[in-house]
Design a protein around this ligand. Structure first.
Ligand code: 5GP
Length: 193
């Protein structure tokens, strides 16, 4: 069995992580998305077990106590997100590489746990104004409220300062270009160049 690798995609909410993650997953059949657990409520277009495992707070806490998470964070106040150890090993066992879409602290944490077989990429939006516009557009479709957007913007300001701890920083100015760069970096990493 070839040694499993891990691609860590991090960056502020609205930076384009999810779009880039979908692009990478469709480009590389050897990559598999790591489905995280979350206690936030399910959105209209989401599917349990595909986008997230949607758990109650009690069930999430019970998994923390049983040490079932490789990492977990209270990403937003009272909203927990975590990567299950089982999810990671299941993917590696199936001979695939893992792609995680994760908040910045979680990304740094996983990189520390798997320093030799992981590649961490920070998706950066260098204008808070652009980020705000993206989050507003998204909230229009997803019924987020304004408070939620402000919480995400404040977090984004802090998160940008951790970008230097990642292997690569991708400035998402032009989405086409960003996808192209992401494909190039990931291809080199998984094909061992
Ligand atoms: P959303 O609620 O928009 O799906 O995700 C909010 C944030 O949580 C995003 O930055 C996403 O990358 C992050 N996230 C998703 N899964 C995990 C996880 O397993 N662990 C951590 N630490 N963050 C996660």
């Amino acid at each position: 069995m070839k040694k499993g690798k891990m691609i860590i995609l991090s960056g502020p909410s609205g930076s384009g992580k999810t779009t880039i993650s979908h692009c990478l997953l469709s480009k590389f059949t050897e990559l598999k998305f790591s489905v995280s657990c979350t206690t936030r409520s399910i959105r209209n277009n989401e599917i349990h077990g595909k986008d997230y495992y949607f758990l109650s707070v009690n069930s999430f806490v019970s998994k923390i106590k049983k040490h079932q998470f490789a990492e977990w964070e209270e990403v937003y106040p009272k909203l927990f997100y975590g990567t299950l150890k089982d999810e990671i090993f299941k993917i590696w066992k199936s001979n695939k590489h893992i792609l995680v879409d994760i908040d910045v602290k979680g990304g740094i944490n996983l990189k520390q746990q798997y320093p030799n077989n992981s590649l961490s990429i920070f998706i950066m939006v260098n204008s808070i104004k652009i980020l705000k516009k993206r989050l507003f557009t998204r909230s229009f479709f997803e019924k987020n409220n304004k408070t939620n957007i402000n919480v995400r913007l404040n977090k984004a300001r802090k998160e940008n300062s951790y970008a230097k701890l990642f292997d690569f920083i991708l400035f998402n100015i032009d989405l086409y270009q960003t996808k192209k760069e992401a494909i190039h970096i990931v291809s080199n990493f998984i094909h061992g160049k």
